[in-house]
Each structure stands twice: as C-alpha cells, then as structure tokens.
Design a protein around this ligand. Structure first.
Ligand SMILES: [Zn+2]
Length: 356
C-alpha cells in the first residue's frame, strides 16, 4: 500500500528559474537548489498524492521515491528543522547586528545610478585607470608599502581593510535592494577572533533575471575596485604620509591583492566563483567538478586548475613563512598572518546552496 506523501510547508518560497527550482526556507534562511525534475514534482506534496504517484511521475521505483522524500525531509521541507542553537566554531563566529533594509531603501536612487549601464561603465573605467596608474608606478607603491611593516601600519591597514570590506558589502546590498530583493541582516563576523563585517545577500537567489543576479554579484567587487582605484590616484597625486598614508596604502595593497588572489578568482569560492557559475548557467560547479563522475571536460579542467591554485597558495604562504623566519623578522611574520586573515576575509556568507 503506497504511503501518502507529506505536505510541503506553506511558508517555503519556491521559484522556478531557468533549469532549476530555488527554495528558500524563511526560518533557517537556507536556500536549496533543486533540478528541474525534482522541483517539478514538489506540487505532489499536498497530502493527497502517494509515493507511487511520485515514482510514476519521475519514472523511478518506489524505493528511490522514498529516498527522495527522506532527502527533502532532511532539508526541512515538511516540518521546520528544530533550530537547535548551533555552536559556532571559534574561528568563524557571526552575530547579526542590524537590519539595514531601511537605510538601503533610502539608497535605492544612488544604487539605480551606480548599477545602470552608464554607472557600471563609469565604475569599470575608473577601475581601469586606477589599475593602469598602479602598474605604471608599481615601484612607488612597493617601496611605500614597507611603511606598513610596523605596529601603526598594521593597525592602519586593518582599519583600511574593514572600510573597504564595508564598501564591498554595501555594493552587493545596494544592488540587491535596487532590484527589489531584501537585505535583512548585517552583522559582525569574528574570523580567528579578528572582527569584520558581513552582509547577508542570499536573497539574490530569488531574483528571476540572470542579468540582475550577475550585477548583484559584480556590484561588490566593482565598488571595491572603484574605491581602490580612486585611492591609487589620490596616493599618486598627494603621497599622504603618517597614519592616513598607511591607511590608504593598506587599502591599495591589501584590497588589490585580495581581489586578485581571492575575491575575483573563480577558483576560490567567493564572488568570482559565483560569477562564473552564473555566467555558465551551472550550479554547484565545485561539487560536480570534484565528484566521481564530472559531467564534462570543463568540470575536469576546473578541478585541475583549482588543485593547482591551492598548491600555489600553499607555496606562497610557505615561502613567506620561510623568509620571515630566516630573516627573523617579526613584522614580516605578522604580515603573513595578516595575509592569511585577508584570505579569510574574502570568504563571504550569503550564497550557500545545497543540491538535491
Ligand atoms: Zn562580495
């Protein structure tokens, strides 16, 4: 006797987008991506259909249908998962502080300009000019950056990184709000006990337009790069010294490195990765690339490049540590530590998908 399927929670937000279904659990704030087939049978979970109906609709046997039901049940689709207070790992703790949607609504006119076609082109232009000036005068920046290797320099650079991170997060958040999404949470994150900011922009999953989802992803790094480029020009023109100089240099060196090595790099799971996924129209690129049977050549190439890149990062860090130790330079060591922190800073919350 086939069993009746459980009833789907009525508070779940389900969107059919392209070749996938996105399900948002408003209680846990989790997002789930289901493939077309699985998403297409969600309507059967109405308390009337049976496991047999499900098996027939998907052309699978009943045992497999039961397995699918169990998996969806594990996602909390039928009854909200008890929100047992998860203990946060000491090196990665987050506390929501404010709901920024009010402030962001006020900024919508600004965001509409920033993320219009003209706004995007102007930002990209500023970023290009900044990059050009930076490359032309790289020795100036290299020599000046040595001033960061003292306690005041590290503090100034750290404050600089916080500011540019806030700008980066605001970029994502403003774009999402301008497209009608909701940013309900901003807070403090402690990465290895060092405080930083985070913004939850996971609602971008619910934007139907792929172009808009892409702009939300690009908005953060682009605004950061625009700010970075302006500071490059300011430093080149005025050569500020003292704390202000260290603050500006901290942003120029760290934000630049961070974008290049982490944030925009599709081999690391931050913005660049999600931009690539969105551009290719692929979901869970990383999991698929490292699965037993990668679905295509592209995935194999991705897995290979990703392993190579991790090796490269380990080598860079090891080389830095070696230099720091052989020269017994405490500040070089501290600097290396800061570098690792920056890597962690690039890990953003907000886009977590689970596949069924
Ligand atoms: Zn970002």
């Amino acid at each position: 006797m086939p069993e009746t399927l459980p009833k789907l929670r009525t508070d779940l937000v389900i969107r059919h987008m392209g070749q996938a279904y996105v399900v948002k659990d408003p209680l846990s704030k989790d997002f789930f991506k289901l493939d077309e087939r699985t998403g297409g049978v969600l309507y059967m979970f109405d308390g009337l259909h049976t496991t047999m109906d499900l098996a027939n609709a998907l052309d699978i046997d009943e045992t497999e249908a039961v397995l699918l039901v169990n998996r969806l049940s594990d996602f909390g689709f039928f009854a909200p998962l008890s929100k047992k207070k998860q203990k946060q790992p000491w090196h990665y703790m987050m506390w929501p502080v404010v709901n920024p949607s009010g402030a962001l609504s006020a900024l919508v006119p600004v965001a509409k300009v920033l993320y219009s076609r003209t706004g995007l082109v102007i930002q990209a232009l500023i970023a290009c000019i900044g990059t050009f000036v930076f490359v032309r005068h790289i020795s100036l920046f290299y020599t000046s950056a040595k001033s960061l290797l003292d306690p005041a320099g590290i503090v100034a650079a750290y404050i600089g990184v916080l500011c540019i991170s806030l700008l980066h997060e605001s970029g994502h958040a403003m774009a999402l709000q301008a497209f009608g999404g909701n940013v309900s949470e901003m807070g403090i994150i402690l990465l290895i006990l060092v405080p930083g900011f985070y913004t939850d922009v996971s609602d971008s999953y619910l934007l139907r337009s792929r172009k808009q989802r892409l702009i939300v992803l690009i908005a953060g790094p682009l605004l950061e790069l625009t700010g970075w480029a302006m500071l490059v020009l300011v430093f080149r023109a005025f050569r500020p010294s003292g704390f202000i100089g260290q603050f500006v240099l901290g942003i120029i060196t760290i934000a630049g490195l961070r974008s290049l090595l982490f944030n925009l790099n599709p081999l690391v799971r931050t913005d660049g990765y999600f931009i690539l996924e969105e551009t290719l129209g692929v979901t869970n690129l990383y999991e698929k690339a490292f699965s037993d049977k990668p679905p295509g050549r592209l995935f194999r190439v991705y897995a290979f490049a990703s392993v190579l890149y991790s090796l490269f990062l380990v080598l860079v860090a090891a080389w830095g540590a070696y230099k720091a130790v052989t020269r017994s330079n405490v500040w070089a060591m501290t600097w290396l530590f800061v570098f690792v922190l920056i890597a962690l800073f690039s890990v953003e919350r907000g886009r977590h998908d689970k596949a069924a």
